[in-house]
Write a protein that binds this ligand. Structure first.
Ligand SMILES: [Zn+2]
Length: 282
């Protein structure tokens, strides 16, 4: 008969899938709330540990909430329940739900955020844009690969829009709508630190999120032949949500392989902070 794992066992499998050593030095990944000897029969995945997501997980009876983004990244002097982070921590503890962060380790890993995006977009021969400092050659931030057939920037942007979860802001594109694109660089989440790497890798187009005026403007000025790489700016939430079903499935399979039976679910809550957009564009 299938067994129920304890949290320590789940953590050891999470470490195999998304090793903490792959996290960036500024990051805070791993267990945030929870007792390692508690049984885990229900696991919930989400991008953001915001109150609506925590309510959803606790209402579903989750024993463990795994989020991509950290709840606590900078110095904290109180978890008083009157603060929104303190309230989240109280709700989790009172519900017996642990909280685990898989952030930049989840970005860099094989089968992580960037790998999954590359796969969903159909990129072939994809490799990291920036290799991990302490990892395998196939681990690291961002990915670059080639579409099996070239297309136009407009068609490709429409494909990206159609694949990602729908958010108010849609996708923004910099470049000639009719230009040919085949070599694609991407970085889930905020990827302006890899703008130069995308250009140097010969990308026709770079997909990432949270592109601000100056980095985007300067990248357009520094662009190579024909203005490449073009830029596709997507929702930070949407780009990282894409990982969740694959991550949930990978953890579910790894647990099942070891004879454990756990129910795994993915949050359906849109935690993109924007609600509507006003634009003169098409
Ligand atoms: Zn992110």
């Amino acid at each position: 008969m299938a067994e129920t794992p304890d949290l320590e066992t789940v953590l050891s499998i999470v470490e195999e899938l998304w090793p903490a050593s792959l996290a960036e030095s500024w990051d805070a990944v791993g267990l945030v709330v929870g007792r390692r000897d508690r049984p885990v029969s229900t696991i919930h995945f989400a991008v953001d540990p915001v109150s609506a997501v925590v309510e959803e997980a606790c209402d579903a009876g989750a024993d463990l909430l795994i989020t991509h983004h950290p709840l606590l990244l900078r110095g904290v002097t109180t978890v008083e329940a009157g603060t929104f982070k303190g309230e989240v921590i109280h709700r989790l503890i009172e519900s017996g739900c642990a909280l685990l962060t898989a952030h930049t380790n989840g970005d860099s890993a094989v089968g992580g955020v960037n790998d999954v995006l590359a796969e969903i977009l159909g990129l072939e021969d994809s490799a990291p844009l920036q290799a991990a400092e302490s990892g395998l050659p196939e681990e690291g931030l961002g990915r670059i690969g080639t579409l099996p057939a070239g297309t136009t920037l407009g068609e490709f942007a429409a494909k990206v829009f159609g694949i990602l979860p729908a958010v108010a802001g849609g996708v923004r594109v910099a470049g000639d709508r009719d230009a040919f694109v085949q070599r694609v660089a991407l970085c889930g989440g905020a990827g302006d630190s890899l703008l130069a790497a995308a250009r140097e890798a010969g990308a026709d187009v770079y997909i990432t999120a949270d592109l601000r005026h100056h980095p985007a403007s300067e990248a357009r000025e520094a662009a190579g032949v024909g203005g490449r790489p073009f830029l596709i700016d997507v929702s930070h939430f949407a780009s990282e949500w894409m990982w969740l079903p694959a991550a949930a499935q990978a953890l579910d399979r790894a647990l099942a392989d070891r004879g454990y039976d756990v129910s795994v679910a993915v949050s359906g809550i849109n935690t993109d902070p924007w609600d509507f957009v006003i634009t003169p564009g098409r």
